[in-house]
Design a protein around this ligand. Sequence first.
Ligand SMILES: Nc1ncnc2c1ncn2[C@@H]1O[C@H](COP(=O)(O)OP(=O)(O)OP(=O)(O)O)[C@@H](O)[C@H]1O
Length: 354
Amino acid sequence: MSTIELVGLGKRYGDVTAVAATDLCIAEGELVTLLGPSGSGKSTILSMIAGLTPSSEGTVRIGGRDVTHVPPASRNLGMVFQSYALFPHMTVFDNIAFALSIRGVTKSEIAARVARALAQVRLAGLGRRRPSELSGGQQQRVALARALVFEPEILLLDEPMGALDKNLREEVQLELRQLQRELGVTTVLVTHDQEEALSLSTRLVVLDQGRIQQVDTPLSVYQRPRNRFVAQFIGTANLFAGELSYHDGQSQLTLPDGTVLACRAEGHGAGPVDVVVRPEHVLLLPPDAGTGLLVEVVESVYLGQSSRLHLRTADGVAVIAVLQRQGAAFSPGDALRIHWQADHAWAMPRQAGA
Ligand SMILES: Nc1ncnc2c1ncn2[C@@H]1O[C@H](COP(=O)(O)OP(=O)(O)OP(=O)(O)O)[C@@H](O)[C@H]1O
């Protein structure tokens, strides 16, 4: 099992910087997800780790060894891509055995290794079937077995669940996480699916326009985003522009209408900030409460387990509140006040142009 280190790794296509010089260390046994909008460089980074795309600058190290100029087949990694590309005319066994047989591994060794890989993905006994005789989830697991049969140090997964429907996807995600933990194989995943990223990963790498915006645990990325982009890209974000100040060591936010509310800030001084508050952390008060920010109800949406309130401040800022409590009936036009606990309001330095 192995670490992955990217040192100043970048990729340019002519004038286009697909990936700016990137530093990233992935520890042994981690499952790290590259997350970002289309074109942000996720697949290019994965492909440079795999050795399929040559880098324009920088170094890739796997297990401490510089593999920047080592061909993909000698990097000891397993790969699974969205289109599993199983050979339809071959049995499951032969699909998994294929790459071993062209490398001259003996028949008895192949049989043992394929059987082990099939057992790892819980497909023991299905080796004689053809891909068309398997469900989508089973086909996906064959693709995974095909990657695991090499006993790779590193597993690279590019949208591996992309072709599965939602229920199956959740089932396969859980299995993948369990298997990855069991094997302790260092894994890099590319996905568009935020829930998948949040639920599977030890850490997330959030990318925008070929640059890393934040590397952190899913919880930290959600609760303590580094900037507006990350806050808005992961989950739903209520953003409040205001002035950060400190009083008796406590940070507070002053909104344009003069309302003062608590917030948390880390490592930056007083001045203009954007504060992010997640919908489940917005608390309501009656309009005559002596504190809080005055808002008007735009719409109240009943969702079964919860309801979602669309609100608007006097300055026209849209706010979403998700209420777990039932029976809170509000009508459009109702006046309310909102507030939050200091721990649930995260201040980020205002970026130029925001
Ligand atoms: N062969 C290529 N030639 C020129 N530009 C490329 C090439 N491959 C990728 N790019 C550009 O590099 C950038 C990053 O692409 P990449 O495929 O890594 O993004 P991504 O985040 O994986 O996107 P998606 O989520 O759509 O797969 C994009 O701007 C893309 O247009």
